[in-house]
Design a protein. Structure first.
Length: 296
């Protein structure tokens, strides 16, 4: 598939909010290792956003001394790395959080097909709130508003979509996490058709998370913190996307800043949701109950 100079490669970027099934989706892509040569980058811009010399967030956490710096994660270096030829790879794929490139669009790598994985902000924000209440983060007494950007992630993601489509003329592929977990085969086939990634039945059943991680490039510091906080517990322990759940969230039980964030994010999510790839026979509008296990 890949030619010696790197042309003919399939290069795909996946942008997502946290707690959206995006790491699990990354594991779907990892299954292609058996038949194709892959280069997979896990959240390089998020590492720059949190740990690099240009980091865009400042907050105290119990282990801040451990994660204080990652000088190798600069936006220009990440862009340069992702734009390399990878002459021995058929597929180059990276997954990142959409807000991590806010105000840094000039460092988005060229040559990639862009895609979004979105999830109802009610699910995203309440799920992330639970992470903040777990050890060790609960000792930092963090609010969602102190770790999320001003636009509560979804405004930043919508702005990224506008930039990619209107400024760069890209056709962005959007899938929704509810559609994915309810129709995994159909949605993976649609995604692969639109991005050029070859679909495989293996995408529905994974090897172990530790085996996947050996094939990924990622910030060891950021990964360590995420795993200590339990952010990837389900994503790395599961063997597939899981079954949908009909559990309904009572948002009134969550703090005011969480509810405020949901209200702010909802209209931006709906705009993206209307542009998503739809599973066969779907004519439904936005909404629905809780559908995912707590995975990243």
């Amino acid at each position: 598939m890949a030619t010696p100079d790197g042309t003919g490669q399939i290069r795909v970027a996946l942008w997502a909010p946290p707690r959206s099934l995006s790491t699990a989706f990354e594991r779907c892509i990892s299954t292609l290792h058996a038949k194709h040569s892959l280069a997979i980058y896990h959240e390089p811009y998020t590492a720059a956003f949190h740990l690099g010399p240009e980091k865009q967030v400042k907050y105290w956490v119990p282990f801040s001394g451990y994660i204080a710096r990652a000088p190798e994660y600069t936006y220009p270096k990440i862009k340069k790395r992702l734009e390399e030829n990878f002459v021995d790879k058929e597929i180059v794929f990276f997954k990142d959080l959409g807000h991590s490139v806010n105000n840094k669009y000039e460092f988005i790598p060229k040559g990639f097909k862009h895609s979004f994985l979105i999830r109802d902000p009610e699910k995203v924000l309440t799920s992330f709130y639970k992470i903040l209440r777990k050890r060790p983060l609960r000792y930092a007494h963090l609010k969602l508003s102190s770790v999320f950007p001003k636009g509560w992630i979804y405004e930043e993601m919508f702005n990224l979509y506008e930039y990619l489509t209107k400024e760069l003329g890209e056709k962005v592929v959007i899938i929704d996490a509810e559609d994915l977990v309810r129709n995994p085969r159909a949605m993976l086939e649609l995604y692969c058709r639109e991005t050029g990634i070859p679909f495989s039945e293996d995408m529905l059943h994974w090897r172990t998370g530790e085996e996947d991680m050996r094939d990924w490039s990622y910030s060891k510091k950021l990964m360590k913190v995420a795993r200590v906080c339990g952010q990837y517990d389900r994503a790395f322990s599961s063997e597939g996307l899981g079954a949908p759940s009909n559990r309904v969230i009572n948002v009134d039980k969550y703090p005011r800043d969480c509810r405020k964030g949901i209200d702010h994010a909802e209209p931006f999510y709906r705009k993206l949701y209307e542009k998503r790839l739809r599973p066969p026979g779907d004519n439904a509008g936005c909404g629905g109950g809780e559908y995912l296990p707590e995975v990243a």
